[in-house]
Structures are given as C-alpha cells and as structure tokens.
Design a protein around this ligand. Sequence first.
Ligand code: GLU
Ligand code: MG
Length: 421
Amino acid sequence: MLREELTFVGTCDIAGLVRGKGFPSTELPARRKLGIGWTHSNLMQTCFGPILDTPFGTAGDLMIVPDPSAEVHVDFRDGSAPEHFFLGDVRNTDGTPWECCVRDFLRRAVDALKESSGLAVLAAFEHEFLYTGVEDLPGHAYSLSAFRRQGVFGEMVMAAIRAASIHPDSFLAEYGPRQYEVTVGPNAALAAADAAVIAREMARGAAFRLENRAIFSPMPVADGAGNGVHIHFSLHEASGAPVTGDPSSPLGLSAVAAQFAAGVLHHLPALCAVTAPSPVSYLRLTPNRWAPIVADLKRQDRGAALRVCPIFNPESEEQRATQFNLEFRVCDAAASPYMALGALIFAGADGIARQMRLPDTEVPLPGSLSVALDLMEASDAMKSWFGPVFFEAYMRHKRSEVAYVADLPEAELCGRYAEVY
Ligand code: GLU
Ligand code: MG
C-alpha cells in the first residue's frame, strides 16, 4: 500500500478534546517553528463539533506550535498508522502566547504559585473509563476475571504509554460494569497535564485498534457508574524537597499545604465550571458514588473533594514526606487537564497568598453546570486567572453547550456525551 507518514500537532482544548492538524512528517523540521494554522473560533468548537456562539467571528489567524517535550511517536505494530503527534501551544502569528492558550493558562498558574510561595506542584492523573470490548457481566468490580477479559487491551495501553515516555503506574478493573482505570506516575505540572492527555489518547488509540472504544465521559450511562479523573498532587520547594506533609498536624498537612487546600475549597464551587465542565459531570457528583458532593477535605476518604492520601509503610521520614500527597476528586474527562490542573493551582496559590484557613463548614458543590457557571461568572478571582478575553470565551462556549442539550432527557444526554468522550 502506498503510504506517507503523517504527523499531527494539536492541543487539548476547553472542550477537553485533542484537536489540531496533520502534515507530512518530512515537513517536521519547518513545522517545529511554524506550527500549524489555527483560528480564534477553533476554541469555540463545542464537544459536539459546532460552534454555537463565538466572540471571535470568522476572523483571525493563530498557530499551534509543537512542544518537543510533548511528542508522541508510538507504533502499535499492527500495520496501522503510528500515533505520531505533538501537543503544542496556541500562539499569535508573531509567536507570542495567545491569551486563550490552555497550556499557557497552566503555565501562568505555575507562575502564580511560585510567586506566592516559591513552590512547585508535582501531579499525577488517574483516569476512569468504560471499555466497550468486554461483556457486562456480574462480579466485574476489581475482579481478576474482568482484568483478564479485557484481553490484550490493558497491555497495549500500558505499552503505548511507556513508548510515549510516560511512566505507567497501574491498570485495573474499576467497580462499574465494564469500567477500567489507568494511572501514570507524577510529573511537574505541565508535563503531568501533557501525560494525562497522552494517557487518555493511548487508551483511545489501543481501543480503536481493537475496534472498540474507551469512553471517558463522566457519566456514560444515566444511573451507571461515574468516570472520575483524580488529580494527585504535592508541593515542593525549588530544590525538589517535598513540603506537603507535617505528621504532627491533625490531618497531616503542613501549614502551607493547608493554606493551598483552603484556597481550593474556598474557590471549589466556582472552580467546578472548569474541572467538571459538562452537564453530565453533575450526574456523577451525587451521593454514594465515591464522588464528592461538598467542598471538603478528609483523611483517606474516597467521598471527599480533597482526600489526604495514605502513606504505605514508609521506611524513613524522607519516604513518608515523598509519598504524602493530596487527591483532588472533583474532576472529569470533559475538562482539559491543562485547565483543571491550572485552576486547581491558581486556587491553591490564592489560598497561600491570602493565608486562608481551612473552613469549618462544608459548602455543597453546584448541582448543575449552569449553577457552576453562575458562580464562576461571579468570581473576580477566576476572572483574573483567565483574563477578560479568555473568560468571556469560556463562558460563552460553556453556556452555549448547556443551552444546546438543555431539553434532552437524562438517558439521551448521557448517550450524547458518551459518543463524544
Ligand atoms: N468512580 C468514582 C468517581 O467517579 C471513583 C472511584 C474510586 O475511588 O476510584 O470518582
Ligand atoms: Mg478509581
């Protein structure tokens, strides 16, 4: 078969989908600098495809410039076209960052944290999803049988993640019917978000090659199990020294980590508009799903918004400090990992800058994306993190999505999102 190798450059946009363009791989040397052409209203493409509303019209040119540290070149060795893509930055045609670039949003959050505390974040993402290549049989939850019945899919996903230079951590059958989970090791913020995008795409890529799907929608089936994205994170000094834990404090958190957590909890109801950014996200954030329903911080509790994770049999104080981490559980795969992690870090940095204290009361999380967007609209802090142009674009994108699916009954709504994610 006559073939020519292609390379793709893209970004995981505010719809949480990787979009971009391909070109002959022979053009890569030039494309490293020029990137590919993009336009402002690409940002306004909803997860369903159409642009329903846009402040940008049809005018303007941008470019997505590949980041050499976010290159994936994975050959599944089945004769299919290799996965060769770069994640990149959306820039103005003069090369400056575009104010609505999601990777730049995360970079600005990292800078805000550095400014308020001199600290950096290490993060690792867990992804839950439904794999369509197995039968829905009883007794699936965490079972060896469910682990086995996915066949070679798990091996393909883990091999692909490793081939993409990311450290695969675990693969398991989750508690829902046909539900699985893949996790990767920790990384600095931007690399962690890149790794999250790549891990998801490798799962989709492996499933695709087996003529199946990996469905990451927060709620693929109404009344089914929710798919969460859990973000583990810890704080570190510039030297790399971990500073999240203090075994002598009641929850085990250092003073600075408590302020970070207080910032996250303070902003959380509004933050949901970014970390749980689809109408179906709110079917997941309901009782008895091991998913959060209030803005709370709990030690080793899988129902909490922020979970203080366990430390497993540390052999030294150093190991205890390195293992200690928090888990943010109010996230799902409708969110771009850059946006979710960026919002989390901005909120934590604000907590440190304003020396916030952990709250005494637990505020409920919003019950719908509409309510979350109202809270975001009222948040001056979030306005400042986004900047005016990005803020308006984000609000219009998400409001138009809400309106687009407003009349769908729950089962159909879940079905539509399951097609997309
Ligand atoms: N599926 C649950 C969620 O929606 C989480 C289950 C777990 O703790 O791994 O977040
Ligand atoms: Mg899980």
